[in-house]
Write a protein that binds this ligand. Structure first.
Ligand SMILES: [Zn+2]
Length: 100
């Protein structure tokens, strides 16, 4: 009887360890795709949702490292060099490609 319990326990523990490792290895791509989705949603909502600004800024910094001489175009959401800055309106920058 006691032996059966031990066997059962080690089986359960093993499968728990296995699922934990599966979670760990599956976590990385999942978290990344979630961040990407959040970033895209925030980029669209940016400026429309007061208070969510800090969160979206953190996400953009994590996903797109932006140098001091670069800006993110508010129309195409691409990181551009300052030399491609065509217009700034209400703190939003627009690149020369979007401005034509
Ligand atoms: Zn643009």
């Amino acid at each position: 009887m006691a032996t059966d319990y031990d066997d059962l326990r080690s089986d359960v523990k093993e499968s728990q360890d296995r699922s934990l490792e599966a979670l760990k290895s599956a976590n990385a791509p999942d978290a990344r795709s979630v961040v990407t989705e959040l970033n895209e949603a925030d980029a669209l909502d940016e400026g429309l949702t007061p208070g969510g600004e800090i969160v979206s800024e953190e996400l953009i910094v994590q996903v797109i490292p932006q140098a001091e001489d670069e800006f993110t175009c508010y129309s195409c959401f691409l990181v551009r060099h300052q030399s491609q800055l065509a217009r700034e309106t209400n703190g939003h920058s627009y690149c020369i490609e979007c401005e034509g």
